[in-house]
Write a protein that binds this ligand. Sequence first.
Ligand code: NAI
Ligand code: MG
Length: 378
Amino acid sequence: RVFKIASIPGDGIGVDITDAAVQVLQKLSSTFGTFSFEFNTLDWSSENYRQRGFYAPQGGVEGLKQYDAIYFGAVGWPDVPDHISLWQMILPIRTTLNQYANVRPTRIIPGTLSPLSACAANPSLLDWVIVRENSEGEYSGHGGTTPSTAHAAHTVATEVSIFTRVGIERIVRFAFETALHRPRKKLTMVTKSNAQRHGMVLWDAIFYEVAKEYEGRVEFDKMLVDAMTVRMVNRPESLDTIVATNLHADILSDLAAALSGSIGIAPSSNLDPTRQFPSMFEPIHGSAPDIAGLGIANPIGAFWSAAEMVRWLAGSDGNSNIVGLVSGPGVGNMVHAADCLMKAIENVTQAGIKTRDLGGASTTKEVTDAVCIEIGQV
Ligand code: NAI
Ligand code: MG
């Protein structure tokens, strides 16, 4: 089966790591021979914005519906305000394509070093999936700023979070399903319902409602977000699946990535669990202007995201539940292919072929070539 993939490299290291991921995906498909990818590269970048005034052209985001999946690098550059790059591209894609679940797995892959001494000694202590609400909440975009010209000293800005029953319930249910399909069957919900007494309280209430359906099948508990940061550092083994709002999960997943060794290895899937529209796969890091052009960006987050894309596409025959966990090999044995890609990554890091952020000295190209060689062998 041929999968049509829109690839959006974006800016900075987004371009390097997308090239690397495409190379690895092509190698995977030629090794297996049962599936292939047809990439269409879209030049939706800050350069485009500078020259033509937009990231995606009119109708561009709608046009993504014709693809089987979207592979995304990173967008944003210092000379364009970050809220413009985010709101012109990445957030409209997520909402237009109903990608309401952002799934961010974190574990310590062999050869990478956790700053937590307990995890450095025993990497299996940290194995989480953060489920981020991806369609509303703090990133709804509602609010405004009073005209600041006349009374600049009294400027007021509001940033309104919008939480809906539908939005909360579907992400909570998705998170319970995710937890149910993991070995430890454990879900922790994160809010700030002591200080924020409307939306967060609704989250808590809906969580406990849905939890009734999973009683005895999934173990669950609740945390306030501030205390959660402490628990992630002090008792990583007490956590498994985590569900939180758009903003909270954004922050917690950067912390999770740092605790696992580097933000350069962390993947994410923006899923439309209904499979009506294509889902989007991207490393969680940004365009890293400080190392752009040096050829030293860590491509592992991009490869891991590619593996998650392969796993998701494996279920495109409908033989999967809402989490994209496929029973059996999936289309073209693609579940096995995704596992092989992960194994190839781990063999390479274990062999010490690592970029600088992981304490190594290898370039993006060296890591990519090494992963391709491993794919040919596993
Ligand atoms: P960033 O993730 O780009 O960089 C943070 C730090 O981590 C930097 O020191 C960078 O060198 C390092 N880093 C990130 N990825 C790495 C990799 N693969 N290998 C080695 N080191 C890596 O975050 P920052 O600096 O806050 O944002 C830079 C730009 O990226 C901004 O314009 C921001 O808005 C945008 N951004 C875009 C995202 C997206 O497209 N989804 C996500 C996050 C940020
Ligand atoms: Mg983030």
